[in-house]
Design a protein. Structure first.
Length: 312
């Protein structure tokens, strides 16, 4: 009975906390903010992937890089949009103007659009824009490019790891304890790396992007919540659009764009929900209340006695 009571207590606390998060998220117009960020992300995804392909092609085989990007996109976009996005990036790379300084500068600018919009959306969740709290202009200007650089380095390390794994699995068995098949092991590595990468990405956004100071512990809590929710919701969306939805009948040739925009809006709703979780935890800590939104804990008798003596 004690274990059952404990379970009921924690379920009630989690439900109460989730209700507070959802109510605050709607009060902050989170869905509207996510729609704006999703639109800018739609403009940014192809330029970013083009830059990544262009940089990584200097070191790795393009087909191998496309395989890595395809596995990563499978976590974030619908299957129908995956091939179209990569094809658009490849077509731009094959164009003669790709190597020019102007084209690289334009790609960097469009790649940063979603990060700039996301910074403003996170500021609205934490109410820093209404309170007049702002970071220096140069920091805000350079922050999107820092995120682009970090994501590019992460993609480079993932490509290097999978390339090394492919090489090792082709070596005769005496170099390995067990002879392994390259394809299943590489797929498993990509699946684990995608999940961990999402946790790190969300945590980094929550830790760096808000103007207010966020502890790494709370940023990690938000990152874990957002990653878990996205992995569940994305799987449902893929199944829905593959088996139930009539979006291709309704929108025709525009179906891929509509589905991709919807995927991105859902992704940024989840990202901003993670930010709202952190904001609620921050507010509860400032007010001295438990994280689930209950009343402040009563002081111990010794604390009350010392307080009374102090007033006397």
């Amino acid at each position: 009975m004690t274990g059952l009571r404990w379970l009921r207590t924690w379920v009630a606390r989690l439900a109460r906390f989730a209700f507070h998060v959802a109510r605050s998220f709607l009060d902050n117009r989170g869905i509207l903010l996510a729609g704006g960020v999703a639109y800018n992300a739609l403009l940014s995804v192809v330029p970013f992937l083009t830059l990544a392909l262009q940089a990584l092609s200097l070191t790795f085989d393009r087909a191998h890089i496309l395989g890595i990007l395809r596995a990563e996109l499978r976590v974030m976009v619908p299957p129908t949009a995956e091939a179209i996005i990569l094809q658009a990036a490849e077509d731009f790379l094959d164009h003669q103007a790709t190597a020019s300084v102007v084209s690289v500068a334009l790609l960097l600018f469009f790649s940063s659009l979603s990060f700039r919009m996301l910074e403003q959306a996170v500021a609205a969740i934490f109410h820093t824009s209404s309170e007049g709290v702002h970071r220096h202009f140069l920091v805000s200007a350079l922050l999107p490019y820092l995120f682009i650089l970090v994501m590019g380095v992460a993609l480079f390390l993932m490509t290097l790891a999978t390339s090394t794994l492919d090489l090792l699995t082709r070596v005769p068995g005496q170099f390995l304890v067990v002879e392994l098949s390259a394809q299943p092991l590489t797929s498993a590595l990509l699946w684990v790396a995608s999940g961990l990468g999402l946790v790190v990405l969300f945590t980094g956004i929550y830790w760096v992007l808000p103007v207010v100071k966020i502890s790494l512990k709370r940023a990690l809590i938000g990152g874990l919540c957002a990653t878990g929710l996205w992995l569940v919701v994305a799987r449902f969306l893929v199944y829905y659009f593959a088996n139930i939805s009539m979006v291709s009948v309704i929108y025709g040739s525009l179906a891929t764009t509509v589905v991709l925009l919807l995927f991105m809006e859902v992704a940024f709703i989840i990202l901003l929900l993670g930010a709202q979780v952190i904001a609620e935890l921050q507010a509860a800590a400032v007010e001295g209340k438990p994280w689930w939104g209950g009343s402040a804990p009563a002081p111990s008798p010794g604390t009350a006695l010392r307080s009374g003596l102090g007033r006397g």
